[in-house]
Design a protein. Structure first.
Length: 326
């Protein structure tokens, strides 16, 4: 709940702003936004505050679009959040922890020329995009997504595995308050994973109800992958989809195209979101990663995905790549 004093100060600070988008048009867009994303605010004061934030985000998206030809920013389900709220509610800053079983894959010799594109979705190794909701469980979705791919490519059926099991039962991570993919892999090595049907997602931490008799998928180990995007692309193509992390601040208003994150250009970034690398592609002279997100099928492009430029470690995308091993 936003305090009354904060609302007064915030709204007063907006009085000096001049919006380039017509007020009536903004009101119409806000109403459509509320209907589309089922946004209900408790008070008129809260509604007005969210409208002001929405207007500000329209301006931010417009300014970003003017700078970037290959990326489009617009109205997303996060358009009523300030950047600070988005980072505190949806993202969760974390430091890489290299787990008790970590190996490191650094094979740079015998690298082959990469094709223009490669996509594990086309080979049936990626499940449907899920929605983490207001739970900081991206780490679990990233880890589980990689395990789903490894399980499928080891000769089993493709099946959605349980992220809720990790949230509830993995004591070395923090449930909806964040976690890390490698410690999630440690948990799965020891316990295995049930299916999403047997242990469904609730978007909040509950009492662990793990049932060993219902475990379907197992892994034996995992590896980190060298911070070299050519090595990463080669490993992905030769093995399976990969867990990765990045600074996702610029994804709040992302609406399509290839992301060239302007908020990470200084080199100062914080890994705050776990995702799944499922492939790579090329558009003209620009190479990019294909990333599976966990914000639902209505976000981003291609039913829940985003593209981000490859080859410049955009927002730390190559800093913490890892893979489970069957």
């Amino acid at each position: 709940m936003i305090s009354r004093l904060f609302l007064i100060v915030f709204c007063a600070s907006l009085l000096g702003l001049v919006y380039s988008i017509d007020l009536q048009e903004a009101k119409t867009l806000f109403k459509d936004f509320q209907n589309k994303f089922e946004k209900i605010y408790e008070t008129e004061e809260e509604n007005e505050y969210r409208f002001q934030v929405f207007q500000e985000n329209l301006e931010i998206a417009k300014n970003k679009n003017a700078k970037q030809e290959l990326t489009h920013f617009g109205i997303t389900k996060f358009s009523d959040l300030t950047s600070e709220e988005f980072k505190s509610i949806i993202l969760s800053e974390f430091q890489p922890i290299y787990g008790q079983n970590a190996r490191k894959y650094e094979k740079k010799d015998e690298l082959r020329a990469l094709p223009d594109s490669f996509d594990w979705r086309e080979k049936g190794a990626v499940t449907v995009v899920k929605d983490q909701g207001d739970c900081g469980s991206c780490w679990a979705f990233s880890a589980v997504g990689a395990i789903e791919g490894v399980w499928k490519l080891s000769g089993h059926d493709l099946v959605s595995l349980s992220t809720q099991q990790l949230i509830d039962c993995d004591k070395n991570d923090s449930g909806c308050d964040g976690g890390w993919m490698l410690t999630a892999f440690d948990y799965v090595i020891a316990n295995g994973l049930e299916t999403d049907v047997d242990y469904p997602y609730y978007a909040y931490k509950r009492t662990c109800v793990y049932d060993q008799k219902k475990v379907l998928a197992h892994i034996s180990n995992y590896t980190t992958v060298a911070q070299d995007e050519t090595v990463i692309a080669q490993y992905l193509m030769d093995h399976n989809p990969l867990s990765a992390a990045l600074d996702a601040t610029d994804l709040q208003l992302y609406d399509g195209g290839i992301l060239f994150p302007d908020q990470c250009n200084s080199g100062e970034y914080y890994l705050n979101h776990g995702i799944l690398l499922v492939g790579f592609g090329t558009s003209g002279r620009v190479t990019y990663w294909i990333c599976k997100n966990s914000w639902g099928t209505g976000w981003g492009i291609q039913n829940g995905y985003f593209l981000i430029v490859r080859g410049i470690n955009a927002c730390g995308i190559s800093d913490a790549v890892s893979s489970p091993i069957y």
